[in-house]
Design a binder for this molecule. Structure first.
Ligand code: PHE
Length: 532
């Protein structure tokens, strides 16, 4: 059909130079419109196809037209209700008048009901005793005549008032429609042969390119989506959080070591050797190799003594020290293991060790310290530091909708002289505010390595409740002083998971749709960038 229409349009244009009204298009040898008045929209495809090849141009004309309802169509065949009532009745004096009941029987309930009123009003019928009779011998059924006109032209010359009345009587309904006027375009021809889309080697050798017509470039067309890699939502959120830390003046800690020893993951942090977190059910231990090398012997001795007998103001755990437990290799259960390493390195100068590289630089080349001792103060080697990390940790968890055996922790650590709990709270308020979390609350908690410790809760406007978002605290002197930090140095830190804010951000409620084999690649590709 599309080709026939295109050809008809081109042939008609060739013949008559312009088509003033597409409703007048006729197919050769056929009477009546090629496309009915209420189906003009079907020409649009043919017109646009020709327009894209510059063969024609066209204008659209909006019209409203009317079509008949089934009841309206019935009137064309059988006459209006009033005409049917009129013709059922005898002329006055020519026979016994029809009772209303007899009339109903003859023309049907509906016709009798509607028709009687209108026939009376028109003066066509009247009462004769108890019955009904014709008053005139000839009628003109205007309703039928109007409907005939509408059926063939879609409208009425006599005007909108009658149309509105017929619409109210539910004999016709209004349809918005259109028709088109068409002119020849710059590339007009009567041939609808598809233009070439490519210039081929064959065309060049045969010379066919000279006579071929070529399809124009469509600079508006969207390209095929490029198949490429995409950042996982976790990586996008990690980048956002990283930039928050960086703009707050933090340096990133090296966290590549997923495998740690029991010493750095727990002992150095003053986690008792009997702590349930160290159980096989909670921590993944390595079988090969199973043992780590020992840390620097003096430090190791200090840590084990504090655990066993106390020191630095602490009573210790008063339980025998287990060397085995300390050297077990494991997958780190928190990034605080890496922070412990870094704090130990930060205190190197305080221990009187020679530090390689420039002033205040650690062995990884990360400049993690800043500032100088105050004028006139004795230099004990300490430099304040603000450190952060965002990396993977592992726990032997039963997996469910919100827990996996591995996840990411975000951690911030600040070391300076005389820091207080208020400094920690202030830091966290700023940090979470930058993440878009305005309302935070803190609840006393317990960590073996911090005292006091605070759980962090944030108000979640979508969930309309407070949710736990992190954990924090002031590192214990039992942990800091054996490392060599001067007594007035305080270190505070806070940690949170990367998964939780990511899930909240992307409206994900099952972690398995964020990480693992059930993740939709499409979802990853289409996930928007985050802006806290
Ligand atoms: N390591 C803690 C956790 O796993 C977080 C934390 C970091 C707490 C630093 C205090 C200080 O939840």
């Amino acid at each position: 059909m599309a080709e026939i229409l295109q050809q008809l349009i081109l042939d008609t244009l060739d013949d008559k130079t312009a088509i003033n009204d597409t409703r007048d298009l006729t197919l050769p040898g056929q009477s009546g419109p090629a496309v009915s008045h209420d189906a003009q929209i079907t020409i649009l495809g043919a017109l646009n196809s020709l327009l894209s090849r510059d063969m024609i141009s066209y204008e659209t004309h909006e019209i409203s037209s009317h079509i008949l309802t089934p009841e309206g169509a019935q009137i064309i065949n059988e006459g209006s209700h009033e005409a049917r009532v009129w013709s059922a009745l005898p002329e006055k004096g020519a026979g016994p008048p029809l009772s209303p009941l007899q009339l109903k029987k003859q023309v049907g309930d509906e016709t009798a009901k509607v028709g009687q009123g209108r026939a009376f009003k028109n003066g066509w019928i009247g009462k004769d005793g108890d019955g009904l009779v014709k008053l005139i011998s000839m009628i003109q059924d205007d309703t039928q005549i109007d409907l005939q006109e509408i059926s063939s032209t879609g409208t009425l010359k006599s005007g909108e008032k009658v149309l509105a009345d017929l619409r109210k009587r539910k004999l016709i309904i209004q349809r918005k429609g259109q028709w088109f006027s068409v002119q020849k375009g710059p590339s007009f021809s009567t041939s609808t042969a598809k233009p070439e889309t490519d210039l081929t080697a064959d065309m060049l050798t045969s010379g066919a390119w000279k006579t071929s017509t070529f399809k124009k470039y469509n600079f508006e067309a969207e390209g095929v989506p490029v198949d490429s890699g995409a950042l996982h939502p976790l990586l996008k959120v990690r980048e956002e959080i990283r930039s928050i830390f960086l703009e707050m003046g933090f340096a990133e800690m090296p966290t590549a070591a997923f495998v740690e020893s029991g010493f750095w993951c727990f002992d150095a942090l003053f986690v008792p050797q009997q702590h349930p977190a160290r159980d096989l059910q909670d921590t993944f231990y390595l079988s090969d190799p199973a043992k780590s090398l020992l840390p620097e012997p003096n430090y190791y001795k200090l840590v084990s003594t504090i655990h066993e007998h106390g020191g630095f103001g602490s009573t210790g755990y008063r339980a025998p020290w287990n060397h085995e437990e300390s050297t077990k290799l494991l997958l780190r259960t928190h990034t605080t293991a890496s922070s412990a390493h870094m704090l130990y390195k930060l205190a190197a100068k305080c221990r009187g060790e020679e530090v390689g590289g420039g002033e205040g630089e650690d062995t990884h080349g990360t400049s993690m310290t800043a500032g100088n001792p105050g004028k006139g103060e004795h230099d004990d080697g300490f430099r304040p530091a603000k450190l952060f990390s965002i990396d993977r940790v592992f726990r032997n968890e039963t997996m469910d909708a919100t827990h996996l055996a591995e996840f990411h922790q975000v951690e911030g650590v600040v070391a300076d002289r005389g820091l207080t709990l208020a400094d920690l709270i202030g830091f966290m308020r700023v940090f979470f505010k930058k993440m878009g979390i305005e309302q935070v609350r803190f609840k006393p908690a317990y960590n073996p390595y911090t005292e006091p410790s605070l759980e962090i809760f944030a108000f979640h406007p979508m969930l309309n409740r407070w949710v736990e978002v992190g954990n924090s605290g002031m590192f214990r002197p039992e942990m800091l002083e054996p490392m060599g930090f001067p007594k007035d140095v305080r270190v505070h830190g806070w940690g949170l998971s990367l998964e939780r804010p990511t899930m909240i951000r992307y409206g994900i409620n099952n972690i398995r749709t964020l990480v693992g084999h059930k993740v939709s690649l499409e979802g990853i590709k289409n996930s928007p960038a985050v802006m806290f």
